[in-house]
Design a protein around this ligand. Sequence first.
Ligand code: NDP
Length: 273
Amino acid sequence: RTPPFYAVIGQPIAHSRSPQIHQAFAAQFGMRLRYEACAAPLDGFAATLQTLRAQGLRGCNVTLPFKGEALGLAEQMSDAARLAGAANTLGWDEQGRLWADNTDGAGLLRDLRRHLDLQGRRVLMLGAGGAVAGCLAPLMQAGVASIHLSNRSAEKVAPLIQRHAALPCPLHSLAWGSGEGAGFDLVINGTSAGLSGAGLTLPTGLLAPGAWAVDLVYGPAAQPFLQAAQAQGARTLDGLGMLVEQAALAFERWHGLQPQTPPVLDALRRSLE
Ligand code: NDP
């Protein structure tokens, strides 16, 4: 029997760790799996999805820059995907209808909860792109005291606040570069500034003593932000745990099986060293 066919679609995609992660999950269940990293042309996501479907694709992860387009193609979507305005996980139900989910936010929460108690935390999120949009609703529902949103391009913040207005957590905007002395308990960097080597300057006292700083990016690109936060006394976490947890939630949606994530995260971290 041919193994079931899954994929991750993005542009660029060669660097993706998703095939390695999904194969490690499959191995836990003795399952044979075909999981491929597939590049789609920037104007050809829908066509690529159709071609892969004709080849037997059962579901896929979606990454930059196609998460919004992926949601638009779906006939059914989870609340998480709707609030995010983006999908990172697609699949077809038994009637062949395309469904969309977004496991980024739930994945971040699972990883955060391994390290800290979110209850009553004052949170600052930097960025207003797809990753932040995906994490906002789950964080707002996690018992935090409040969330401030700050983005270089200020005009992207208000629509995000509006879309989440019905959720029971105070959500405020904060001017980019401000927050001196604010003493946040948790600061999440959801920008891609580190990837371009731009780095971020943190205002003095942005983090409370003993606060947590989390970068959604992993590897060297996370270091400028995490080191700046450490200099303010923060404990730090990069985005590798989130990457593994969002993959585990997608795996569960497709296969109905809950993989163990810690050994996969450990192996992945070692392979990146
Ligand atoms: P988007 O392109 O949608 O958004 C990028 C964000 O970064 C925008 O808010 C943008 O601000 C900001 N930004 C970019 N460069 C700079 C800079 N030099 N200074 C300040 N702000 C900057 O990307 P995503 O939201 O999809 O992804 C963000 C990051 O999160 C990516 O690096 C991605 O790798 C990571 N990620 C990690 C995941 C994980 O599982 N660990 C899952 C998903 C994403 P502006 O609006 O002003 O342009």
